[in-house]
Write a protein that binds this ligand. Structure first.
Ligand SMILES: Nc1ncnc2c1ncn2[C@@H]1O[C@H](COP(=O)(O)OP(=O)(O)OP(=O)(O)O)[C@@H](O)[C@H]1O
Ligand SMILES: N[C@@H](CCO)C(=O)O
Length: 291
């Protein structure tokens, strides 16, 4: 069997709604594929009991269909579903890379991004590429229109995942339909600052650029304890904090030496609300790897 590991990802980063994404060094999904006459799927690992094995309902089924590459696909979930850490995208990205290799389809990594995004359409209704792009390409990615820009960087991060479930579909319903010119100017300024920070490898600029006056405040209401966790992370040294993807994961940017204390401050803040959580001190990392 051919094995591919694809990382968790964090989309939006506050100011880059549906555009920015980063690959995280950990956690990750591992996908194994073998040629078959029709696609069958087996899911094990974190939260696997909530993930359908029907190829019409699993992101990897749509990818196999798009690549005309029927296979037996085993998914070992390291990224919990409905986490805001690109769980559905990690499987889709790994499957796209694996099936492209298995059937020698010859697609470039860039060409595999829209194919993996077909998988995202299965779960959230839109083929958004902001999670699958970094899961395939690694680093920091900008998905704008049909194009993807990518920068390798290693900004330190802490991802904190509470035991709360927020589906992407629900979190998209609360996104405001309109923004004022003032909010637009603020968002563009933050997005540009964050981009410069990623290019320079500067956690201060990245954290500053996570501010978002439009989408994040609406979604924060879906995450019990978000404001306390954000404050705790900032007091522990985070340079910026935002909702990861559609939530409930919360993402903090920081200096490498501050990750442990930030992780523990975020966990304590969730615990004070009676919410169990798991923290991943990590950094921006590489995309899918073939083993
Ligand atoms: N291979 C898969 N891995 C994970 N979830 C899957 C997969 N295939 C289908 N799903 C379904 O997708 C939903 C989870 O996707 P969703 O986009 O809501 O979460 P996420 O990927 O963790 O979040 P985000 O995109 O905000 O980072 C669940 O309902 C799950 O059953
Ligand atoms: N950009 C997407 C990522 C989550 O899948 C959203 O925030 O809805």
């Amino acid at each position: 069997m051919l094995t591919v590991r694809a990382p968790a990802t964090s989309a939006n980063l506050g100011s880059g709604f549906d555009v920015f994404g980063v690959a995280l060094e950990r956690p990750a999904d591992v996908v194994r594929v073998a040629r078959a006459d029709r696609t069958t799927i087996e899911v094990t690992g974190t939260g696997s009991q909530y993930i359908p094995e029907d190829p019409e309902k699993n992101t990897v089924g749509a990818v196999a269909e798009a690549l005309d590459a029927p296979a037996h696909i085993e998914i070992d979930k390291g990224v919990r579903p409905a986490s805001g850490l690109g769980s559905s995208a990690a499987s889709a990205a790994a499957a796209a890379v694996a099936l492209n290799e298995l059937y020698a389809r010859g697609r470039t990594r860039e060409e595999l991004v829209p194919i993996a995004a077909e998988g995202e359409a299965v779960v959230s209704g839109t083929a958004h590429a902001d999670n699958v792009a970094p899961a395939i390409l690694g680093g920091f990615t900008v998905a704008a229109g049909e194009g993807i820009s990518q920068v390798d960087t290693a900004i330190p991060l802490v991802a904190c995942l509470p035991e709360i479930v927020v589906s992407t579909r629900d979190a998209r319903r609360v996104v405001p339909e309109r923004a004022t010119m003032e909010e637009l100017v603020e968002t563009v300024g933050a997005a540009a600052t964050l981009t410069v920070g990623m290019c320079r490898g500067d956690p201060e600029l990245v954290g500053e650029g996570m501010d978002d006056p439009v989408v994040t405040p609406a979604r924060a209401d879906l995450i019990d304890g978000y404001d306390d966790v954000r404050t705790a992370a900032l007091e522990a040294g985070a340079t910026g904090v935002t909702v990861s993807g559609a939530g409930p994961g919360v993402l903090a940017a920081c200096g490498a030496d501050d990750r442990r204390q930030i992780a523990s401050a975020m966990l304590d803040a969730f615990a004070a609300r009676g919410i169990d959580a798991r923290a991943y001190p990590t950094r921006v990392g590489q995309g899918a790897t073939i083993h």
